[in-house]
Design a protein around this ligand. Structure first.
Ligand SMILES: [Zn+2]
Length: 167
């Protein structure tokens, strides 16, 4: 299934004060990306990663094997948000200008630095809980690119699994 780049759902009222105007358009990093039309100040909350909450097991059944998904893990029970808001279009970069923050089982996008109008908003996905057969190469193009969207801990976990599999 191609990435869902067409219909952009209206953002739900998140209670964010003065959120910047965001634009979804094609990105050099991957498919579609999320750009700001307004200047954003360091530390401000930009958007909420919103969508239906589903158990990880349901997400695996629904999306297993798909190259592109918009899932975000939250909370203690391994549930995920099935992204359905502007924030799901933020791409991964190893040179992030945003980070994610969990508050009361809600996920928000926060600016790591001042961001100028026209900049693409990106955060480090720190992907985890992957299948060994799944690769998550990074093409962000940053000088410090680590070549993968997996977290450091996930890389360690995968290396161990691979070793065990070979043994
Ligand atoms: Zn990278």
């Amino acid at each position: 299934m191609p990435p869902r780049t067409q219909a952009v759902p209206r953002p739900r009222k998140t209670g964010l004060r003065n959120p910047p105007r965001l634009l979804i358009r094609s990105s050099d990093i991957h498919a579609a990306g999320c750009y700001t039309l307004d200047p954003i100040r360091r530390n401000s909350i930009i958007a909420e990663y919103d969508g239906p909450r589903i158990p990880k097991k349901v997400a695996d059944e629904r999306y297993g094997g798909r190259p592109v998904t918009y899932l975000f893990g939250f909370g203690e029970d391994g549930d995920v948000i099935d992204g359905f808001s502007t924030a799901m279009f933020l791409n991964h970069s190893c040179d992030a200008n945003c980070e994610t923050e969990e508050r009361d089982e809600r996920i928000f996008i926060r600016a790591l630095r001042d961001i100028q109008p026209g900049e693409e908003l990106v955060y480090d996905y720190h992907l985890y809980d992957s299948d060994l057969s799944e690769e998550a190469p990074c093409h962000c193009g940053a000088p410090q690119c680590r070549g993968t969207m997996y977290s450091e801990a996930e890389l360690v976990r995968r290396a161990k699994l691979l070793k065990r599999k070979k043994a």
